[in-house]
Unconditional design. Sequence first.
Length: 173
Amino acid sequence: MALNGVTIRTPTPSDASGISAIDAQGLATGHATFRDTPYDWKSFSESFLVGRGLALVAEDAAGIAAWAGVSPTSARAVYRGVGEVSIYVSTEKQGGGLGRHLLEAIVAASEDAGYWTLVAQIFPENEASLSLHSALGFEAVGLRKRLGQMGYGPFEGRWRDVIMLERRSRSIG
């Protein structure tokens, strides 16, 4: 899919360095994830492309500008169709609507793949991500207090709360 000079497509191994660089930018903020190491192609592929997961990248003339993925929340059959969404936009491209377009695309792709519920777990301090998810129909279903302790970065050693959001498909499930 092409949009304002941006192509949204399935990632390939040649996108690994772009995905990793954007992931590292998110990790550097301390507000993206509990993970302490950016994805390489193997870990990215295992999380989002192997099995029932899926992923998309947004590419413009300068290269990979953002990525999004959905991974199954569980291997148990009862949770088939429930996935956790992740989205990362390069710092240079934030605030211009790219994240919204990519999240819309991954939601549509997830429904095509049979996902009827998407969840997102977001640090309360990540107001831009909370706003983006809310605008696309994700609703806060709870606050997971002191869910994990940061092991790296500007919040190393700090226990972090996580807001759990959920979006139910309007077309499947």
